[in-house]
Write a protein that binds this ligand. Structure first.
Ligand code: HEC
Ligand code: HEC
Ligand code: HEC
Length: 373
């Protein structure tokens, strides 16, 4: 055998020996998986380097939307308070004891935006981190919602306890309009994002963002939506989180309480703020559709009353334009992500509507006064 052959054979034997040793350690149960000892410096370095490289790789090429869009950071803050702060802590307080005992411990995120690009944060928050306790986003294909969380993480470094609470709690910080805050936990949580009457957050948080008005919906529509979120038929991270652990009776009660609250008679959009040709186009499609293009009249299903209208179908008059557009995008996604039990009806309608007409229809509905419930 040549020198080279001997060397190769020796290396082969060493390699085989290492594999056998590895298998003995692995199969023999000798890998130290206990959490009490902590990771060794080497293990910790290997894991973190692997995570950093993987995140950088997968986040490559992601398109970052405008993170300063109104209401985006506000929605992120609302969900952060209930969904992330228990592990990561927040400017309003540290995480709970159980989280501090986790290994690796959930890091303080106040400077996460300095270590990760927005695209990397998006990937981590959407996908989670395997075997660390960092969970994936609770709803698939809701990149839009994950961007809201990234928008918040970017604001986090500049927030103190007070400004954080203003953002995460909105009007729920104090009784408004003479109403007392509900003491029971599920309702108190809803109020942070939807306000006491379902009109949405107020104060600094009162920007027309991605949170829908729910003061315009009758009880059956509210109840159906809540069940759809709870039973996993309708995808939304913040809503999935809000209804987790609530039973059907509690959801029905919450729907009843919001349905009894007073509807704000003002539409989301002042009609004088929109171009009149836009509104006229929107009105036409809403009321009559575009028969020559096979577009059904939206009002056939969304008006407060009518032949095909059912109380479980959501109403649109007075709703925020941004929310209407965002929901339409979800129905158009591939695979479609929008809606719950009756999603199929709406997926078909959304595909018929020419994309360039979406803003006109959204503005028309937003400019209508809500119908009585
Ligand atoms: C059950 C506890 C838990 C919850 C809930 C949780 N995380 Fe984490 N998170 C972790 C742990 C543990 C890590 C550390 C992973 C590591 O170091 O590899 C982590 C890591 C992260 C990181 C990377 C931080 C860094 O600098 O390395 C970000 C960003 C993050 N989480 C954001 C969030 C957001 C946003 C939410 C809420 C939607 C959330 N996390 C919910 C436990 C949690
Ligand atoms: C962190 C903010 C947040 C919290 C807390 C929250 N919501 Fe929501 N809610 C949202 C967002 C955002 C949506 C739109 C989700 C989507 O895209 O489907 C929504 C949607 C809804 C809808 C459907 C509206 C429609 O037009 O289809 C209902 C009903 C609702 N929420 C009720 C509640 C109730 C009741 C609670 C308390 C148990 C609650 N929400 C807690 C943010 C929140
Ligand atoms: C055949 C009946 C039908 C027609 C026509 C229809 N929709 Fe819908 N739409 C629905 C139903 C049903 C839902 C609720 C689906 C679900 O959540 O299961 C819905 C949901 C929506 C939502 C989400 C509302 C919310 O509160 O979450 C928007 C926005 C919407 N439709 C806009 C439109 C527009 C704009 C048109 C006209 C181009 C239209 N729809 C035509 C039946 C219809």
């Amino acid at each position: 055998m040549s020198d080279r052959g001997i060397r190769t054979a020796t290396l082969g034997r060493i390699a085989a020996g290492l594999v056998v040793l590895g298998l003995v350690v692995f199969a023999g149960g000798l890998v130290p998986i206990g959490a009490a000892g902590g990771h060794t410096t080497v293990a910790s370095w290997v894991l973190h380097t692997a995570m950093r490289r993987a995140v950088a790789f997968y986040a490559m090429g992601a398109e970052v939307p405008d993170l300063s869009a109104p209401g985006l950071a506000r929605l992120g803050a609302g969900q952060f308070e209930s969904g992330c702060a228990p592990c990561h802590g927040s400017p309003a307080g540290p995480s709970g004891g159980a989280a501090q005992a986790m290994l690796p411990p959930p890091p303080d995120l106040s400077d996460a935006a300095d270590h990760w690009t927005p695209a990397e944060l998006h990937w981590i928050v959407d996908q989670g981190v395997m075997m660390t306790g960092m969970p994936a986003w609770p709803a698939r294909h809701r990149e839009d919602e994950v961007w809201a969380m990234v928008a918040f993480l970017q604001r986090l470094p500049e927030l103190d306890a007070q400004s954080y609470r203003a953002l995460a709690y909105g009007e729920a910080e104090g009784p408004s309009r003479g109403l007392t805050l509900p003491a029971d936990p599920p309702m108190a949580d809803c109020v942070r994002c939807h306000g006491l009457e379902g009109r949405g957050p107020e104060g600094e948080a009162a920007v027309p963002g991605p949170i829908p008005r729910i003061d315009i919906q009758p009880r059956p529509a509210l109840e159906r939506a809540l069940l759809d979120y709870a039973e996993g038929r309708r995808a939304s991270g913040p809503m999935r989180h809000a209804v987790a652990g609530l039973n059907a009776a509690t959801l029905s009660d919450l729907a009843a309480r919001y349905a009894e609250a007073e509807t704000d008679p003002a539409p989301a959009l002042d009609p004088t703020q929109a171009a009149s040709e836009q509104l006229a186009r929107g009105e036409r499609i809403a009321a009559r559709g575009l028969p020559e293009q096979d577009v059904a009249a939206c009002d056939a299903c969304h008006a407060p009353s009518g032949e095909r209208v059912r109380e479980v179908f959501p109403r649109l008059a007075g709703q925020r334009a941004g929310y209407i557009e965002a929901q339409l995008r979800l129905y158009l996604a591939d695979p479609p992500v929008g809606g719950g039990r009756f999603a199929e009806l709406m997926t078909r309608a959304a595909h018929q509507l020419p994309p360039e007409d979406v803003p006109a229809v959204a503005q028309w509905y937003a400019s209508r006064p809500p119908a009585p419930r």
